[in-house]
Design a protein around this ligand. Structure first.
Ligand code: 3HC
Ligand code: NAI
Length: 715
């Protein structure tokens, strides 16, 4: 393609000339190509480049139509997220300058999409007169995932193009829509073949030859199936109250779409802009943008370069078909990787496979999986009671009992049987990965892959780097996480790794609060209102109290004598109350119902315990409950960072959001700490230290940052 002119943009920091938008002509059609790698975001310079290309083409009598496309692997993936909240250079033209110019072009403008047209990218296409795409293209308005709403006319134009109900679904879910569905919905006029340029030029010629009238979406009306718009939108808000609890932008999206139905386009657009600005400035959007970049950062390991060789995983093994092993095996099958599931007896194997089958069958029943797909996945899981079959696997993940002797036996066997170079991974949650590695002659191939329960559902995968884990083993594990659609976060070896180590601090303070005057329902309410899916006591009842009880009994002998210890959980277990599974724990439960009901019996047990401990009960404020539960997480996070167990504060945020339900719109505990201000947290910790002692001693890193007026984000 001959490039006739280019819009040049000089970055202030980088003295490099970049052609962000290229313009050329072919067969009387102006081709505007956005070239802003890696994802052709609408960075400063791009809207201006498109506008200049349009002006050039409109002034050229030879040009009869435009094709607007993306160079490289994608169309425009949206606004440049890094630019939000930053001042624009004076005079810089924006998306809002571009959109009316596209619509007003006298010559047809055809958006030709490959890769993804997301956010502002899709909004650009909606200001064009026609949209075509290759079959593999995807469309979406994912702003909601960044705590935003479509602010480039998307809330006004999409309902006008495809109807209110469909548009709301797309904006509230933020999901990517495949081309075929987009065509069915009416977003795409035609799915052309795989030849993006050829197909779109042919389409443009058809438009010219047939003299098709130009469709200007802003001049259309937004159609709503329901008779009463006010009732309809109130219903949507009600539906969102539970689904989007705590989130701001889904509700503002509904407000914008209501405006699209009730107001003329210019006023609806003004409303959209106003609410968009509210979103951009909200702490929620800052948090969600932090999470977006944190997820991309997490895959970058400073001493494991991008070009580190990665082993192909074509066959996997899982040892132990219990709670975790079964779920892990399902992950491989879901990704199309054959997996051998090894048990110690035929009976346990049958039970494990039966559970997997039941899990899949439930998903089929809910309509989220087809029967043939379930059969295919089950066909990829082969059970065996012999270890010999593991000789050909590329990776094996051990998920047997949490007992060092059992792990020793299993890893000794794996070392003998598995082929050289195979990765030997452990799913241990508390044991020393280095010690496990020492049971083999190849510690470089040993790594921890700590899945979370249910392993086939939870997105987090803590990848525990042993002292000797090789770069190849780490790189392959990070790649495997992506293949299994997990979020892999690299952590180091310590008791509880990142997540469980932090959780222990949280659980400890929650139980002390009970002794000092709070009741389970108050603590749980405060944390629920903060945004967690449930408070610590509801969670314990759900997970089962017996597991923690067994661990505490095992550790009783090694607990330091001067350590404060709350006996409440043990007393509840001694009553045979293990949580939901026994119909009672911190709460009681009606048969067949999981709603926790406060139980006077537990309340008197708690009050009696306070008496026995000589603690005078007092009213505890919600604020204290919040600080007492969340600040220890942050303090432990600071220690984890100092010790190099986590690479960066944002990795800790990802662990806590994806493994423990920390509200994503608060950005994770470390980001939240920066929002509160480390100085404030540090000072509160000193106050609590005076009353509660060394559990509250601030981590040296927290102290240093607080004194320097910095945050974890400054590290
Ligand atoms: N702005 C700035 N940088 C972006 C970006 C964006 N919109 N989208 C992606 N990037 C960056 C990533 O940070 C990453 O940078 P890195 O290499 O330095 O880590 C690089 O581009 C590649 O991104 P991914 O690793 O995510 O690449 P994938 O190929 O896996 O995914 C994608 C590509 C599907 C486009 C994915 O990046 C994505 O979902 N991006 C965000 C899309 C989005 O949310 N758009 C809406 C923005 S808000 C908006 O448009 C407001 C408007 O309504 C006014
Ligand atoms: P589980 O008790 O449900 O399953 C263990 C399975 O291993 C049993 O089916 C048992 O028969 C089998 N097994 C024992 N010894 C074996 C051997 N020598 N060879 C083959 N199979 C053997 O245990 P669960 O909960 O699945 O835990 C497994 C591992 O995962 C443990 O290390 C645990 O700490 C860890 N983990 C558990 C989580 C959970 O929530 N349950 C979360 C994350 C990690």
């Amino acid at each position: 393609m001959e490039v006739k002119s280019a819009f040049s943009y000089f970055s202030a920091t980088q003295e490099v000339e970049m052609s962000m938008v290229e313009y050329s002509t072919q067969d009387g059609i102006g081709i505007i190509s956005v070239n802003n790698p890696p994802v052709n975001a609408l960075s400063i310079g791009v809207p201006q480049g498109i506008i200049e290309s349009l002006e050039k083409g409109n002034a050229d009598p030879e040009v009869k139509a435009f094709v607007l496309m993306g160079a490289g692997s994608t169309f425009i993936a949206g606004a440049d997220i890094r630019e939000f909240g930053k001042p624009k250079p004076p005079g810089a033209l924006t998306l809002h300058d571009l959109l009316p110019k596209l619509e007003a072009s006298k010559k047809p403008v055809i958006a030709a999409v490959h890769g993804t047209a997301l956010g502002g990218g899709l909004e650009v296409t909606l200001a064009c007169h026609f949209r075509v795409s290759v079959p593999s293209a995807k469309f979406g308005l994912p702003e909601v995932k960044l705590g935003l709403l479509p602010g480039g006319g998307g809330t006004q134009r999409l309902p006008r193009l495809i109807g209110v109900e469909n548009a709301l679904d797309i904006m509230i879910s933020g999901d990517h829509i495949p081309a075929q569905k987009a065509e069915k919905l009416g977003i795409v006029d035609e799915v052309i073949g795989d030849d993006l340029l050829g197909g779109s030029l042919d389409f443009a010629k058809k438009v010219i030859e047939e003299g098709r009238s130009l469709r200007v979406i802003s001049e259309m009306n937004a159609s709503l199936k329901a008779d009463n718009p006010t009732e309809f939108f109130d219903g949507v808000r009600k539906g969102l109250a539970k689904k989007a609890r705590g989130f701001l932008s889904p509700f503002l999206i509904v407000d914008c779409v209501e405006a699209a139905v009730k107001l003329p386009f210019p006023e609806g657009s003004a409303r959209e802009r106003e609410l968009f600005m509210q979103c951009v400035q909200s702490p929620q959007s800052k948090a969600l943008r932090h999470v977006f970049f944190a997820e991309r950062q997490a895959s970058k390991i400073p001493d494991v370069p991008k070009d580190t060789p990665v082993k192909p995983i074509k066959l996997a093994g899982v040892v132990g078909a219990g709670t975790m092993g079964g779920g892990i095996a399902m992950n491989f099958a879901n990704a199309g990787i054959p997996v051998l599931l090894v048990e110690k007896s035929a009976e346990f194997l049958e039970k494990g496979i039966g559970t997997i089958e039941k899990n899949y069958a439930n998903t089929v029943k809910k309509g989220r999986l087809s029967q043939p797909e379930m059969d295919k996945r089950m066909g990829l899981i082969r059970g065996t009671v012999g270890y010999d079959d593991l000789k050909d696997v590329d990776i094996v993940i051990e998920a047997v009992f949490e007992d060092m002797d059992v792990k020793k036996e299993v890893f000794g066997t794996l070392d003998r049987i598995c082929k050289p170079g195979a990765i030997l991974a452990t799913n241990t949650s508390t044991l020393d990965v280095n010690k496990i590695a020492s049971f083999t002659s190849r510690p470089e191939s040993v790594i921890g892959l700590h899945f979370f329960s249910p392993a086939n559902v939870m997105r987090l995968l803590e990848i525990v780097r042993g002292e000797h884990s090789s770069k190849e083993t780490i790189a392959t594990s990070m790649q495997l996480a992506r293949t299994l659609k997990k979020l892999g976060v690299l952590v180091g070896v310590c008791d509880g790794f990142v997540g469980n180590r932090m959780l222990a601090q949280y659980g400890r303070e929650a139980s002390f609060l009970l002794e000092e005057g709070a009741l389970p329902q108050q603590v749980d309410r405060v944390l629920y209102e903060f945004g967690l899916p449930m408070g610590p006591f509801t969670m314990s009842d759900m997970a089962g109290l017996d597991i923690g009880w067994a661990i505490r009994k095992r550790r009783a002998g090694i607990r330091p004598k001067d350590e404060r210890y709350s006996p409440i959980a043990d007393k509840i277990c001694e009553m045979g109350r293990f949580g939901q599974k026994t119909g009672a724990g911190y709460y009681r439960y009606e048969k067949g119902d999981r709603t926790p009901i406060p139980d006077p019996e537990i309340e008197s047990l708690i009050i009696k315990t306070s008496e026995e401990l000589g603690i005078e009960r007092r009213d505890i404020s919600d604020q204290e409950i919040l600080e007492r539960c969340i600040y220890p997480l942050i303090n432990e996070g600071a220690k984890i960072l100092e010790e190099g167990i986590a690479l960066r504060a944002s990795d800790i945020d990802l662990v806590y959001i994806n493994g423990y339900g920390f509200p994503v719109y608060r950005g994770g505990p470390m980001f939240y700490a920066d929002q509160v201000g480390l100085k404030n947290i540090y000072e509160s910790m000193l106050r609590y230290e005076e009353v509660h002692g060394k559990n509250w001693t601030p981590a040296p890193l927290l102290k240093r940052l607080a004194e320097e007026g910095k945050g974890f984000g400054d590290l």
